[in-house]
Design a protein around this ligand. Structure first.
Ligand code: ZN
Length: 167
């Protein structure tokens, strides 16, 4: 069960977008496709099987916390980081870079954070090792699956054509 914990520093508009991304993340993680993908996977940061990782992510309670905490420009300037996990809280350093992404990309970050709350970690520097860790790999999976979800609210093309001739 994935629950939303503390969210701090968001404007009303940012909060709305974040909540939509959170729902998308939960939706993707509840699909059979996600279960299949995780169960087939191997990870660099754990010897556990994909089935075990899936069970751990979906079977326990995980609470995600996010906080937008923009440091002064001279501190931000030294790092390219968008966010960092600090004792269970995803601390967002660069609000614009973080929020100016589509929902699938935000859902990926949320999934990454869920993996941290399930105590999976990764190395700091970018490497194949880091990309194969549970947080990164699950994050990529959620983003990919979110982009592949059928657009349920889209009017099918043939119906859209009828609507436009009637109006
Ligand atoms: Zn991380």
């Amino acid at each position: 069960m994935i629950k939303l914990g503390r969210l701090a520093g968001f404007s009303a508009k940012e909060l709305e977008k974040f909540l939509n991304a959170f729902e998308l993340c939960k939706l993707v993680m509840s699909t059979e496709a996600f279960r299949f993908a995780v169960e087939q996977s191997k990870f660099t940061d754990t010897k556990a099987t994909g089935a075990f990782v899936y069970h751990q992510l979906m079977g326990a309670n995980h609470t995600v916390n996010f906080q937008i905490s923009t440091p002064p420009w001279y501190k931000r300037w030294l790092t390219k980081e968008i966010a960092r996990e600090v004792t269970g809280v995803g601390v967002i350093f660069n609000r614009d870079k973080f929020m100016n992404r589509d929902l699938a990309s935000l859902a990926s970050t949320i999934a990454h954070e869920i993996c941290h709350t399930a105590s999976y970690t990764h190395t700091f520097w970018e490497s194949p090792l880091r990309n194969g860790s549970v947080p990164y790999k699950i994050g990529y999976m959620v983003e990919e699956l979110a982009r592949a979800l059928p657009k349920v609210n889209e009017v099918p093309e043939h119906l859209a054509a009828i609507e436009s001739t009637n109006s």
